[in-house]
Design a protein around this ligand. Structure first.
Ligand SMILES: [Zn+2]
Ligand SMILES: [Zn+2]
Length: 256
């Protein structure tokens, strides 16, 4: 079963420009068998997941949630929870330790999404509360961080996952996990993920295409930096947010 465990829909994530229906149809067109809808701090109502599954079967839709945790150093970290639908997940302001204990004591699955995205370190205590997995590839993870993330996961004994983090259907399923068998429900999906019975996969052609565009933008930013321009200048010139400029200025890259 080819599954993207991390993507966003405009019904519950303001930053996504893709509706549920567009995400599902895009995933089907890219050859996936299933997705987990993991909106920011919002669950998909259980009854609605059932309706979506009925409408698009045999394609499978699972409901998860991406929770933002206010961590150390005044930095946030995002974690992915699968297998639980308790509304308290979206209602409470959690510390990492609290949400970890809540999820693990109820048989759920917890992963750290895109570590090192805005920071040189992980700003929650994953040494003490070891996540089931760490996301190693997505459209929000620089490929320069792959080794760092792989080493971290290995040291902690966490599995790796890779996902699109798509907020737009051009990215849906660009990275995915190919799970052995065909989990029918949350419990079976969580079991497969915990057992590591899957392969990390990507859509090579779309990754290459994506990186080509990123490289063009970053070459342009490097040129601006050479000319002494600032992030503010970059925003004015391009109408984009400062993120890409700051990343390049830190010697990082958005190539995935
Ligand atoms: Zn995130
Ligand atoms: Zn996300």
């Amino acid at each position: 079963m080819k599954i993207d465990l991390h993507l966003h829909t405009s019904e519950r994530s303001k930053c996504s420009i893709a509706t549920e229906e567009q995400q599902i149809k895009a995933a089907i067109s890219y050859g996936l068998d299933a997705i987990v809808i993991s909106d920011h701090n919002k669950l998909v109502p259980v009854q609605h997941i059932e309706e979506l599954n009925e409408k698009y079967k045999p394609f499978k839709i699972f409901g998860g949630i991406e929770i933002t945790i206010h961590g150390n150093n005044n930095m946030n970290e995002d974690i992915l929870v699968i297998g639980l639908h308790d509304e308290i997940l979206q209602e409470k302001t959690w510390t990492y330790e609290e949400v970890y204990n809540f999820v693990k004591s109820r048989g759920g699955y917890i992963a750290l999404n895109h570590p090192f995205r805005y920071s040189e370190e992980v700003n929650i205590d994953i040494e003490r509360c070891i996540p089931d997995a760490i996301e190693v590839h997505s459209t929000n993870i620089s490929r320069l961080d792959e080794q760092l993330i792989t080493d971290l996961a290995k040291r902690l004994g966490s599995k790796l996952i890779c996902n699109s983090d798509a907020h737009n259907i051009i990215h849906t399923g660009i990275y995915y996990n190919d799970i052995g068998g065909n989990p029918k429900n949350d419990k079976e999906l969580v079991e497969k993920l915990l057992a590591g019975e899957y392969k990390l996969c990507k859509d090579d052609k779309r990754v290459d295409e994506h990186n080509k565009q990123v490289k063009e933008r970053e070459d342009f930013i490097k040129e601006l930096i050479k000319q002494g321009k600032t992030a503010e200048d970059y925003c004015k010139i391009t109408g984009s947010w400062a993120g890409p400029f700051e990343k390049v200025a830190r010697g990082k890259s958005y190539e995935i």
